[in-house]
Design a protein around this ligand. Structure first.
Ligand code: FAD
Length: 464
């Protein structure tokens, strides 16, 4: 029977990163993956393919809306959808093969197949049983359905994000259920490619949990791009009839019932942990009320020697959160002090403009009764943004009223997903808005808007 120091189950960003770090720290490591390729949801049907389609469709948007103004004349490109899908598949292939290369480089055995844990210290893959001193479960998540509604997913007409990444053709009309990150990203892709997109959301606002100013601004900007929003709507039924999708919902404000149809309905109401077939119940692993694997501060489950990370446990379902837990858990197993700062995990929406957020929102600070100040700066005052038609949006920094310590930052605008990281670093070090404001920022960059927002927390922004 093959013996390992660590066996990781699942090769998504949580699992493959954990496996690489374990191997780097000198532990004999194997990783079990049931998919044909490594990389999990993120590389195969999540972050990476969605960003490829967002990139390609954004280029089209630029050509249609901004090229002529810059003196770039000529016919607007037409869409070869098959080629766009094959570009996306090529990007997936390069990334998943990259992980295979890293496994070989770090001498990690890929145990191909679906794994289960018959008892602590053992992992079964097919008919083979392997021994491991420690096991890390990184089995990820799968799309969840619409709460309280009848939904028949066929991945053709009624699709999850997985089906939405490989539609045989661009639909004329698409309904997106759920105005969260995935719904808005995929909705943006198809709206830019010419589809009429209607987003139906239960709440009265989009992007639950985000800063209210950002929510309002993003909804306005996406509406300008042609997305239609029906908010405060409780969906009761989603069905496919005669090749068309039909959605029935009730408006919460007056209980009126409505039916809408479309060529494709994307159900994007969230994801749930995937733990099927692992044998966790028989093993006695405690779960949370929401079906996540319960862990302690060191990612150990209620069963000694069995750890869990990523989407399968509590916390935001984000690739970088899974990766950080993967690294930290590996360090714990190697006898080091693994650490994840859950207060500083950025969240990004890759629409155009991008949205990025870290730390507390204003609503959270109000709930906590904490005295804070707001420094806000519009990208309209940023020379670089104006030069590239990206003046929409703002940077908003929240800092403690007395100590000036940065407590949160919310950005909507160009490259928001990159800009957020200087604020993450400041927060990681417990720094102040003044620290950001005193740091020289190169001109002309989008980053200057972050500095200006930090200046606005003190004596005032210069270009406001
Ligand atoms: P997963 O990536 O889900 O990987 C788990 C792996 O475990 C899977 O490959 C599965 O096959 C395998 N597995 C499960 N059980 C077993 C078993 N018993 N035996 C063997 N193998 C098993 N996050 C971001 O941070 N940024 C984004 O831009 C982003 N975009 C997204 C877009 C979409 C459309 C979707 C769906 C998700 C997106 N996410 C994004 C979320 C991100 O993909 C997840 O948070 C991340 O993949 C979680 O990583 P994980 O390692 O926990 O699990």
């Amino acid at each position: 029977m093959a013996q390992y120091d660590v066996i990781v189950i699942g090769a998504g960003p949580g699992g493959y990163v954990a496996a690489i770090r374990c191997a780097q720290l000198g532990l004999k490591t194997a990783c079990v993956e049931g998919r044909e390729t490594l990389g999990g949801t993120c590389l195969n049907v999540g972050c990476i393919p969605s960003k490829a389609l967002l990139h390609a469709s954004h280029q089209l948007h630029e050509a249609e809306h901004n090229f002529a103004a810059m003196g770039l004349k000529g016919e607007t490109p037409s869409v070869d959808w098959k080629q766009m899908l094959s570009y996306k598949d090529d990007v997936i292939g390069q990334n998943t093969k990259g992980i295979e290369f890293l496994f070989k480089k770090n001498k990690i055995d890929w145990l191909k197949g679906w794994g289960s844990i018959p008892e602590a210290g053992k992992v079964k893959v097919g008919d083979d049983v392997y021994e491991a001193k420690n096991i890390i479960v990184a089995s990820g998540s799968v799309p969840s359905s619409v709460p309280g509604a009848e939904v028949e997913i066929d991945e053709k007409v009624i699709v999850t994000s997985t089906g939405a990444l490989e539609l045989p053709e661009i639909p004329k009309k698409m309904i997106v259920i759920g105005a969260g990150v995935i719904g808005l990203e995929m909705g943006s892709v198809y709206a830019r490619l010419g589809a009429e997109v209607e987003v139906i959301e239960f709440l009265d606002h989009i992007t639950p949990g985000m800063d209210a100013d950002v929510q309002k601004s993003l909804q306005k900007l996406l509406s300008k791009q042609g997305l239609k929003f029906t908010l405060g709507a409780a969906v009761s039924k989603v069905e496919a009839t005669d090749g068309k999708g039909k959605v029935t919902y009730k408006l919460r404000k007056d209980d009126s019932e409505h039916e809408v149809d479309a060529d494709v309905v994307l159900v994007a109401t969230g994801r749930k942990p995937f733990v099927d077939g692992l044998g966790l119940e028989a093993l006695g692993v405690e779960m949370t009320k929401r079906g996540q694997i319960a862990t302690n501060d060191h990612w150990e489950t209620s069963v000694k020697g069995v750890y869990a990370i990523g989407d399968a446990i509590e916390g935001p379902m984000l690739a970088h959160k899974a990766e950080d837990e993967g690294m930290a858990c590996a360090e714990v197993l190697a006898g080091k002090a693994g650490h994840v700062n859950y207060g500083v995990i950025p969240g990004v929406i890759y629409t155009h403009p991008e949205v990025a957020s870290v730390g507390k929102t204003e609503a959270q600070l109000k709930d906590e009764g904490r005295a804070y100040k707001v420094g806000k700066f519009s990208f309209m005052g940023n020379g670089r943004a104006k030069a590239v038609f990206a003046g929409d949006g703002f940077v908003k920094i929240l800092a403690d009223k007395e100590t000036d310590r940065v407590l949160g930052c919310h950005i909507i605008g160009p490259a928001a997903g990159d800009l957020i990281h200087e604020v993450c670093v400041i927060m990681e070090y417990g720094g102040s808005a003044e620290d950001l404001a005193l740091t020289c920022h190169a001109h002309p960059t989008f980053s200057e808007a972050v500095r200006e927002a930090a200046l606005a927390c003190g004596d005032g922004a210069i270009h406001a």
